[in-house]
Ligand binder design. Sequence first.
Ligand code: PRX
Length: 635
Amino acid sequence: MSYYKVHSLEQYFKHYNKSLREPRKFWDRIADENFTWYQKWDKVVEFDMQEAEIKWFLNAKVNITKNCIDRHLAKRGDKTAILFEPNNPKEEAQHISYNELYDRVCKMANVLRSQGVEKGDRVCIYLPMIPELAVAVLACARIGAIHSVVFAGFSASAVASRVNDSECKMVITADGGFRGNKTIALKEIIDEALEKCPTVEKTLVVKRTNTNVNMKEGRDLWLQPLLDKADANNVAEIMDAEDPLFILYTSGSTGKPKGMLHTTAGYMVYSAYTFKNVFAYEEGDVYWCTADIGWITGHSYIVYGPLLNGATTVLFEGVPSYPDFGRFWEVVDKHKVTQFYTAPTAIRALAKENWEWVNKYDLSSLKVIGSVGEPINEEAWHWYNDHVGKKKSPIVDTWWQTETGGIMISPLPFITPTKPTYATLPLPGVQPVLMDDKRNEIEGNQVVGSLCIKFPWPGMARTIWGDHQRFKETYFSAYPGKYFTGDGALRDEVGYYRITGRVDDVVIVSGHNLGTAPIEDAINEHPAVAESAIVGFPHDVKGNALYGFIILKESGESRDRENLKKEINEHISSHIGPIAKLDKIQFVTGLPKTRSGKIMRRILRKIAEGDFSNFGDTTTLLNPEIVEEIKDNRI
Ligand code: PRX
């Protein structure tokens, strides 16, 4: 019996139980039957969840790009691998076949090698959503370089801190990028970032917008002339199962971003398996995920998962509102998209517009529609179900994280009955548990708690780049022996999971995971600011927005408040990126603190939400009077 694809609810339970009872056999079979290996493993898994040491498919040898590209060539060489839909609908779409992808990745891999990149080196990729982005990712994987894609909306200093943290040797960027009716000067941002990045030796630049850019002698090279000269064949590097594949930064609740490290074989097996099942992928489908490759969703479900399955994956450069609010649906209609995967924030933004934008187009090709990145509220779920899915294409509400590498809890389309706002059941191989405040596992149904996973799965991150101690403390210490997700969840009467949101200091704004600490650090650097506290509050399109409580220094007191607010937001934009801007700023004379000096964010969250009913236990507050003042002046 093959475990690669679940065909019925009964089979789901069979596979699930098998994965509980015999996880090694379960994953052994999947890995064995569905991939090309240079050498198989000696052992399926070895782990110590106390020490956060996890290894899968020990001593196996593999190259993920051989599995994404080479092995498909005989059967699917002419099939479209990447379907590129440009920002401007008047620019022609590109159908990049598996044969062509092979050529492009090999050439790029050869260019990287000729520019001194070797196995284990880190390469930062800062590109718009153009085919070169996917090609660069795959080319790194082909030669064993570790890619670190940084979302092209991050500011120069955010890029610099990521480049420096992983000591990247090279940056791959573009002259600029198109986003709706705007052009973003990416090379200029990189130039500024690289002033502070001593490890970067070379920058490769893709021409996209034809903007004038500075090319630094000895460092910067246009990519195309190098590709034109490169050989279209490349022997893939033989990678150990646990060799690093990529680093992807995600926000933490403290300090600097965490470079989550994913390794080769486990990630490959997990992204392929979850893609196949969650999207009910069949040969001939045209699959579209609207995320950016700068996030984990794009890594696993634009590039790796689909290509590992020999699928056609749409790569969209634009935004949902350009040239109008019908763009998503126009693209679905134009390319006869069968699976459509997006974020609740996009759904809510589009649901605000006239539904005629949807009805103008023929969406009958759609089979499955998905949601990811944050809890989807009931109203948005129904709008998506009624207007996009037409009540016939099931919604897969997929819960997972940068750290998990792939989808963990989700309905399987046509198999698991859906329930609005519920991610429903864990995928085979995933063992979720809910924990109470006393660190006990909560048994039974109709319960709420902190969501943990109690057994390793192949796709999980292995460490934080350069800081294993932080990895252990963040994910494996709160509930010893278990992986702690940072999310709260409830389990209903039939065992379905609903994710209720973060229980730490991470706020999800428009689907972007933002740590409040780095934003506070950025604000506190403003010369007029003494101290600040950032919390999230509900927002009808973004899901959450940010509310800043800010104490000014004496020198800042006399400043015009509106100008200051603007300056603070500009400051955040340049330190982190526009996605981290504050929606509301309230200047305060103090912050509610415990005697040990910790800010009581729980109270600030309630005030930001406009809920003054119950602040909980405030007896440990050092300065209870400040709560009244903040409440009275709430914006
Ligand atoms: O809080 C959960 C939320 O997004 C967090 C992970 O964010 P990130 O690492 O940026 O990855 C996003 C894409 C996988 C989670 O801890 N989240 C993600 N998916 C859902 C979700 N919350 C509720 N429902 C979901 N389907």
